[in-house]
Ligand binder design. Structure first.
Ligand SMILES: *[C@@H]1O[C@H](CO)[C@@H](O)[C@H](O)[C@H]1NC(C)=O
Ligand SMILES: *[C@@H]1O[C@H](CO)[C@@H](O)[C@H](O)[C@H]1NC(C)=O
Length: 215
């Protein structure tokens, strides 16, 4: 958070893939190269994949993280980028320096990002995240596709390339991208929804009324 405090407003790309989200080494290297080429500041929450199906995602040590990243990556991006382990996502999304969220589009992450008006680069990983990401990108215009949505099974598997990452980040961070404006509007709307008379407020009221009526 201290590092973020010293960054310009809306300048940092935040990458975090949820409690289960961790990538293999090949994918990590593609992300790193794409980030480096994009030229933007970044805060990257890197997790070590679980070793077995039932295992859990954990943090790398500093030495281990250097090994899964391209040679010299940390030195070349020092100052402009920070690689960390587990990250306080809500606090980071709420920070004025955060300008883009590279996300798996899990439901909590999506709601948190919209609540703070942070435009998303959608990178769905599992379950119905892909369907939800598609709604965000194609129907609502609240996110940009990193490349997962247009990819088919025969398209070279699951690896998102460095070019995809670079292109996606540059697109979301472009201040003229209409996605940024839409996300700002959604922030206002989501805040209104929770005030007296807003739709979220009214739904909860309705539920309470229904429950009271049935007892
Ligand atoms: C997809 O979106 C629905 C709401 O439309 C939500 O209930 C569900 O949890 C989301 N799925 C994932 C994997 O985030
Ligand atoms: C989503 O957020 C709710 C409320 O903070 C929390 O209880 C729940 O554990 C979160 N789910 C995930 C998958 O993080």
């Amino acid at each position: 958070m201290k590092w973020l405090d010293n960054q310009p407003s809306s300048s940092v790309v935040f990458l975090c893939f949820g409690s289960l989200g961790a990538f293999n080494e090949a994918q990590m290297k593609e992300i790193a190269v794409g980030l480096e080429r994009s030229g933007h500041g970044f805060l990257w929450s890197v997790r070590r994949p679980a070793e077995t199906e039932a295992g859990t995602v954990s943090d790398y040590t500093n030495l281990e993280v250097e090994e899964v990243l391209p040679d010299g990556f940390l030195d070349r991006t020092a100052g402009r980028g920070l690689v960390c382990g587990w990250a306080p996502q809500v606090e980071i999304l709420g920070h004025r320096a955060t300008g883009d969220f590279v996300s798996h589009c899990g439901w909590n992450s999506t709601l948190e990002s919209l609540w703070f008006g942070v435009a998303m680069l959608a990178w769905p990983v599992y379950a119905e995240q892909k369907v939800n990401a598609s709604v965000l990108v194609k129907e609502m215009g609240l996110a940009v596709d990193v490349g997962c949505l247009k990819r088919t099974e025969t398209d070279g598997g699951d690896v998102v390339t460095a070019e995809d990452v670079e292109r996606g980040i540059v697109s979301v961070m472009d201040s003229n991208n209409v996605v940024r404006e839409r996300v700002g509007e959604m922030k206002e709307k989501s805040r209104k929804a929770e005030t007296d008379g807003g739709c979220s407020f009214a739904s909860l009221q309705q539920l309470m009324d229904d429950v009271m009526e049935s007892i």
